[in-house]
Design a protein. Structure first.
Ligand code: FAD
Length: 251
C-alpha cells in the first residue's frame, strides 16, 4: 500500500466526484493529521510495536485505554488502536498491532517501514479503566496487550487481576510490558480455552471492583453472561469489543 500523500483540496474534490462517500471522505481528510513511523519492531510472532511521531502527538492529553484512529493510505481506510505509551514532550507514541493476516490494518502493519507516513485522528475515549487506587479485574486478548500494558504502566490494577487470552508465543512480551505476573491463557482452536477463561473470570465475582472486558466480541459476551449468571451486578461490568469474528473494523 502507498503512504498517504494528503491530497490537496482540488484533487480531493476531483476524487469526490463520483464517490458516493465523498462527504465522509472529505471530513476524514480535514480531521486527520500527519504522523511519521519512526520505528517498527516485531516483538512476538504476530505482534509489532510501532512508534509514531508528529506535532499532533505533542498537543494531545493521554490516559490509558484511549483509542486513536490511523488512516492508513490514500484510500482513507482507517483502523483503531490503543496507545501503549505516549510521550507528549517528544511528540511520540507507541502502539502494539496484532497481525491477524486478514484485513487492511494487519496487511499495513505487516508491510510497515520507518519514515512512512499515515493519518492520525483522536484520541477519543474508549473504555473506562480503573484508576490506580481501585481494585478490579481486566480481561482481554492479543488486541488488548497495549491496553493492559498502559494500565500497568500507570499503576492501575496494582494487584494485577488481569487475564489475557493469547495465541502461542505472545506471552513472551508480557515481562517487557510489566505484565509478568498476570494470568494468561493460551488461545485454543474453536474457543477450547473458554472453560478455563470462565473459571478464572468467575473469581472476579468474589471482589467488589469494576470488571473491564475488552477484545473479541463473542468472548466478551460469554464472560459477561457467566458473570451475570453468578450474580455480578451489571454496573460493575464495562465492555469494549475490539474485534468480532467475520466483521471488519469495529470502532
Ligand atoms: C477501541 C479499540 C481499540 C483497539 N486497540 C487495538 C490495539 O491496541 N491493538 C490491536 O492489534 N488491535 C486493536 N484493536 C483492534 C483493531 O482495530 C482490529 O484488530 C483491526 O480492526 C483489525 O483490522 P484489520 O484491517 O486487520 O482487519 P478487519 O478488516 O477489521 O477484519 C478482517 C477480518 O479479520 C478478523 N480479525 C480481526 N482481528 C482478528 C484477530 N485478532 N484474530 C483473528 N481474526 C481477526 C475479523 O474478524 C475479520 O473477519 C482495537 C479496536 C478497537 C475498537
Amino acid at each position: 500500500m502507498n503512504a498517504p500523500t494528503f491530497l490537496p483540496q482540488t484533487q480531493r474534490l476531483q476524487r469526490a466526484a463520483g464517490d458516493p462517500n465523498w462527504m465522509q471522505r472529505s471530513m476524514i481528510t480535514r480531521m486527520m493529521r500527519p504522523v511519521v513511523v519512526e520505528d517498527v519492531v516485531t516483538v512476538a510472532p504476530r505482534l509489532r510495536r510501532i512508534t509514531l511521531s508528529g506535532e499532533v502527538l505533542a498537543a494531545a492529553a493521554f490516559a490509558p485505554g484511549l483509542r486513536v484512529g490511523l488512516v492508513l493510505d490514500d484510500s482513507l481506510v482507517g483502523r483503531v488502536y490503543t496507545p501503549l505509551t505516549w510521550d507528549r514532550s517528544a511528540g511520540t507514541l507507541t502502539l502494539l498491532l496484532y497481525l491477524n493476516g486478514l484485513g487492511p490494518g494487519s496487511h499495513w502493519a505487516q508491510a510497515l517501514q520507518p519514515r512512512q507516513t499515515c493519518g492520525f485522528m483522536g484520541p477519543n475515549t474508549s473504555v473506562a479503566l480503573p484508576p490506580p487506587d481501585v481494585r478490579g479485574w481486566m480481561f482481554g486478548d492479543e488486541t488488548s496487550l497495549a491496553t493492559a500494558g498502559a494500565l500497568a504502566a500507570h499503576g492501575g490494577l496494582a494487584d494485577r487481576r488481569i487475564v489475557l487470552v493469547l495465541p502461542e508465543g505472545h506471552e513472551r512480551v508480557l515481562a517487557d510490558l510489566g505484565l509478568a505476573d498476570i494470568t494468561w491463557i493460551r488461545r485454543g482452536p474453536e474457543d477450547k480455552h473458554l472453560p478455563e477463561l470462565l473459571s478464572v473470570m468467575g473469581q472476579a465475582r468474589l471482589d467488589a471492583g469494576p470488571i473491564v472486558l475488552t477484545g473479541e466480541a463473542a468472548m466478551i459476551t460469554a464472560v459477561r453472561r457467566h458473570l451475570r449468571d453468578a450474580d455480578v451486578a451489571a454496573s460493575r461490568i464495562k465492555t469494549r469489543a475490539y474485534w468480532a469474528k467475520g466483521k471488519a473494523a469495529l470502532s
